[in-house]
Write a protein that binds this ligand. Structure first.
Ligand code: CAO
Length: 261
């Protein structure tokens, strides 16, 4: 009896995953102690101060399917203008549009937490994995920039970060931060505040996952977000409402058009 041909792809026909980048193993032989200097010393100071602040965490998932479908054409158009276009420019602009409705999250508190200053500019910091370590340059005045201008600024900052040339003007004055840990991997995180800022978000890897759509299981592109906020001045309901608005812009990018200036 002839074998029935199968329409299912054989395992060998499946596209192999990209090879995992692995650093070369480090064999020390004996213990090594070195002073913490430069960026690492700055991280010790900032994170120690941050850890004294009572944070709370809030997480959600975002359906990025519409944005994933849109990005190829955005990327091609940006490339024609010589600019790399990842998801970050839209994520950052949506964060700024939502900050316009929730200015308490774009604020600084003083050392003793006696005063809160609502910042006029949305200088949104982005955690950057650079050869020198973790740096958080910020894109100034995101509220006044087009998404393409945010992409240009991001390209400039990534270029400087890669070359170890980020300067004080790019590294100071941040008012709110987003960390895209998902560009490396992972889903949820527990981001630590960058004082005097009062909120930070960490976004995870966009994954293709099954989700319900009108009662049917459908393929969706899902990204998790983990927010941390200073619970001395921000309450959970505000963080949740802000996140809902930011999420609505990302899940329905057309809705951003209505609020873009
Ligand atoms: N999910 C899926 N794909 C993602 C993604 C995510 N969350 N984030 C980025 N990508 C994709 C990009 O779209 C891009 O794809 P293409 O090559 O198809 O265009 C690719 O991954 C590389 O992106 P990128 O990293 O060059 O660019 P970016 O603008 O998304 O991110 C930056 C820039 C600076 C945020 C990132 O390079 C980085 O340093 N991330 C690490 C942040 C970090 O260390 N956080 C921890 C802080 S606490 O210690």
């Amino acid at each position: 009896q002839p074998a029935v041909p199968s329409t299912a792809p054989t395992p060998s026909a499946a596209k192999p995953p990209p090879p995992l980048k692995r650093p070369a193993p480090v064999v020390l032989g004996k213990d090594k102690t070195e002073p913490l200097k430069g960026v690492r010393k700055a991280m010790v100071k900032t994170m120690t101060i941050a850890n004294a602040i009572p944070h709370f965490g809030y997480c959600d998932e975002i359906d990025m399917t519409a944005l994933v479908n849109l990005r190829d054409s955005l990327r091609k158009m940006a490339a024609e203008r010589g600019i790399n276009f990842s998801y970050m420019p839209v994520i950052l602009k949506a964060a700024s549009l939502a900050l316009g409705q929730y200015p308490t999250l774009n604020a600084h508190v003083d050392d003793k937490c006696e005063n809160i200053t609502y910042k006029a500019s949305h200088n949104i910091g982005l955690a950057m994995d650079t050869p020198d370590g973790l740096m958080v340059p910020n894109i100034k005045n995101v509220q006044a920039l087009s998404i393409f201008e945010v992409a240009s600024e991001l390209t400039r900052l990534v270029d400087l970060g890669t070359k170890g040339k980020l300067g004080p003007s790019d590294l100071t004055g941040g008012t709110f931060s987003i960390s895209n840990i998902g560009s490396i991997g992972g889903t949820y995180a527990s981001p630590v505040l960058l004082p005097p800022e009062v909120a930070i978000g960490a976004i995870g890897k966009i994954q293709t996952l099954p989700r319900f759509d009108a009662g049917n299981v459908a393929k969706a592109h899902i990204m998790q977000v983990s927010w941390s906020a200073d619970h001395r001045v921000i309450d959970g309901a505000t963080m949740c409402r802000y996140s809902n608005l930011w999420k609505s812009y990302l899940e329905n990018p057309a809705s951003m058009i209505l609020d873009l200036k």
